[in-house]
Design a protein around this ligand. Structure first.
Ligand code: SF4
Length: 317
């Protein structure tokens, strides 16, 4: 298993060097919008999935060769399911001055030991896509023992103990969790939580379920009006391209990876797993790179044949 991937361009973190210690796809949720597909192991049991020594050894090899704005624990499932989280955060911080971020779906923040495990991180990004149990179940398809009220209490408790940066992500899906009543509920919950930013996001990469649709730019701005001044809309890929330049101009490794993916898709259409396995990439990394190529219009995605496939634009299949 490769534990370190990237750096990959991240919508929120700049260049993110990913650490993935969770087996694909082990998660407490099965979000309808998940870019990695459906959850195959839905669990709330924390475990030791990877040897921390091996993860740190992997990172030591990679760090001298890369520039990154964050080392980010995320990946192929929910990182707080790892029992080694606190040790990993601590040891990564001893290795490098690059800030450590953890992206979490918040599901286990109601457990004091999980909150403690995150205290040494520089940035934690918990997500909250619903404030009512019904919308929570529809959007995140959680493990049956999870209750949104406990999760909200967990985020609230973490926000008062944690001294690093806290950004809350709200992923909006058209017609699923974007009605006025639910937005008002989420916003009311977040008003009582100490967070620097509330990041409103919508579906960008091919989702787990074909019926999932993004909100338009206008709808996102309307949704933002429900929240206080901390809320920002994460720009759509094309807007980001206009602001930051063409990601394919990034140097070295990443440019080569984009070229390899395009070369592969020129020969035949591929699923996410085909691309990851074919090029020896982490699934999350492959998904992010495919997302960038999609946003640039160089490839297209099609779910009409059941499994999701990516095609090179030059192919007419
Ligand atoms: S989006 Fe994140 S929390 Fe949701 S199923 Fe995928 S990995 Fe799990």
């Amino acid at each position: 298993m490769r534990y370190v991937f990237g750096p990959v361009p991240s919508r929120r973190l700049g260049l993110s060097l990913g650490i993935d210690v969770i087996p694909f796809k082990t998660c407490s949720f099965d979000c309808i919008y998940c870019q990695l597909g459906r959850t195959t192991c839905k669990t709330i049991q924390r475990m030791s999935f990877a040897s921390p020594e091996e993860v740190v050894a992997n990172l030591k090899l990679v760090l001298p060769r890369v520039k990154a704005s964050y080392v980010t624990l995320s990946g192929s499932g929910e990182p707080t399911l790892s029992l080694d989280l606190d040790r990993l955060v601590r040891e990564i911080k001893e290795l490098t001055p690059i800030p450590v971020a953890v992206l979490t779906n918040s599901s286990l923040l109601c457990r004091p030991e999980v909150r403690t495990a995150l205290l040494d991180a520089d940035l934690v990004v918990p997500s909250l896509d619903a404030a009512s149990q019904e919308v929570f179940e529809r959007t995140n398809r959680p493990h049956p023992e999870l209750r949104i009220d406990d999760i909200i209490d967990g985020i609230r408790a973490f926000s008062s103990d944690f001294h690093g940066k806290l950004w809350i992500e709200v992923m909006l899906v058209k017609g699923v969790n974007d009605d006025e009543a639910e937005l008002a509920r989420i916003s009311s919950v977040l008003r009582g939580i100490r967070a620097e930013k509330i990041q409103l996001n919508t579906v960008e990469r091919p989702p787990a379920e074909p019926y999932v649709r993004p909100l338009s730019g206008e709808e996102m701005q309307r949704a933002r009006c429900h929240f206080d001044e901390r809320a920002e809309v994460i720009p759509a890929p094309r807007d980001r391209q206009a602001r930051t330049g063409n990601a394919l101009d990034e140097g070295g490794d990443m440019k080569a990876k984009y070229a390899q993916i395009l070369g592969l898709l020129e020969r035949r259409p591929c699923t996410l797993a085909d691309v990851a396995n074919g090029l020896g990439l982490n699934m999350n990394e492959a998904s992010k790179l495919l997302g960038m190529l999609l946003s640039l219009g160089l490839i297209r995605a099609d779910s009409s044949t059941g499994g999701k496939a990516y095609f090179h634009r030059s192919r007419g299949d």
